[in-house]
Design a protein around this ligand. Structure first.
Ligand code: NAD
Length: 291
């Protein structure tokens, strides 16, 4: 397929490279010229603008930081809706508010452009290894049409509902991940504050009902206070605001999510925004006078 790829950052560059490797023709654009250079080095074509990237595309993929970037690239003057051919399929794989995904789909319908929201989980490692989880909202036929592309970099690819549903599932993912980090941090602070070896204690937790993937992957680095990212506090802060916005939209009350969002905001305010989200432990240490 001819693919226009906008947003060649940490995630977008390896995803676009997988598409090239799978035999697709990829025209990529990013506001940062070096990012476009990386796609060229991987065998893609460097586009000079959004319009240039999407002109001949069957499918356009956007992988941008947040909803204002998606609004600019998709809805703005000279953006995807202005310049893509009628019938083009747009898969927005950025993590953004569900309500923006729905607004984009509604605006696109008027231009005869089909849209999927398809955020991912799995991080930079998942993007590089081609093992991302992809949660997709939109029409079933469009999901089927985009699936061959998603298979180039995804291992778990699931159609979860109509427009916006992919973003809702991603928000649910992020609130659970944030909550588990907060509680594992509290477990460490409790054990250390009680004179109990936290590493040994977490080994026991990891074998019982409290077992979870974060304990498996991160307990050693958390106990050792190694917080190099990974997934940065700054991005998780953005994702918690998406979860709270989605809750407001759905008119549901998520008190734990609100609390975790405040703890992540505190981590950021303490200057830890560039650290891995496991650095939530530092907030609990600060609250306990153990920083
Ligand atoms: P990133 O900041 O590395 O990449 C975003 C890219 O978009 C940048 O290269 C930036 O220059 C480009 N961009 C911004 N505005 C643009 C515009 N107007 N036109 C063209 N390009 C523009 O971010 P990332 O880590 O690749 O994340 C992208 C999305 O994926 C985010 O929504 C993030 O939350 C989500 N995500 C990230 C991870 C992760 O581990 N990094 C994991 C899952 C999901």
């Amino acid at each position: 397929m001819n693919v226009g790829f906008i947003g060649l950052g940490i995630m977008g560059t390896p995803m676009a490279a997988h598409l090239v490797a799978a035999g697709h023709t990829v025209s990529g654009y990013d506001v940062v010229p070096e990012a476009v250079g990386k796609l060229e080095a991987a065998g893609g074509r460097a586009a000079s603008s959004v319009a240039d990237a999407v002109a001949d595309a069957d499918v356009v993929i956007t992988m941008l930081p947040n909803h204002p970037h998606v609004e600019e690239v998709v809805l703005g003057a000279g953006g995807v809706l202005d310049t893509a051919k009628p019938g083009t399929l747009l898969a927005d794989m950025s993590t953004i508010r569900p309500e923006t995904s729905i607004a984009v789909a509604n605006a696109a319908r008027e231009k005869d452009i089909r849209v999927l929201d398809a955020p991912v989980s799995g991080g930079e490692a998942g993007a590089r290894q081609g093992t991302l989880s992809i949660m997709v909202g939109g029409d079933e036929a469009d999901f089927a049409a985009a699936s061959p592309l998603f298979e180039a970099f995804g291992a778990t690819i699931v159609h979860v509902g109509p427009h916006g549903a992919g973003q809702v599932v991603k928000a649910a993912n992020q609130l659970v991940v944030g909550g588990i980090y907060a509680l594992v941090g509290e477990a460490i602070v409790l054990m250390e504050g009680s004179g109990v070896d936290a590493g040994t204690g977490l080994d026991v937790l990891a074998g019982g009902l409290a077992a979870n993937r974060i304990l498996d992957l991160k307990r050693e680095s958390m106990v050792a206070r190694r917080f190099e990212p990974g997934f940065r506090i700054d991005l998780h802060h953005k994702d918690m605001s998406i979860a709270l916005a989605a809750a407001r939209q759905a008119e549901v009350s998520l008190p734990m999510t609100g609390l975790v969002a405040q703890l992540i905001a505190a981590a950021r305010a303490m200057g830890h925004g560039s650290l891995d989200h496991s650095a939530l432990l530092k907030v609990t240490e600060e609250l306990s006078g153990r920083a």
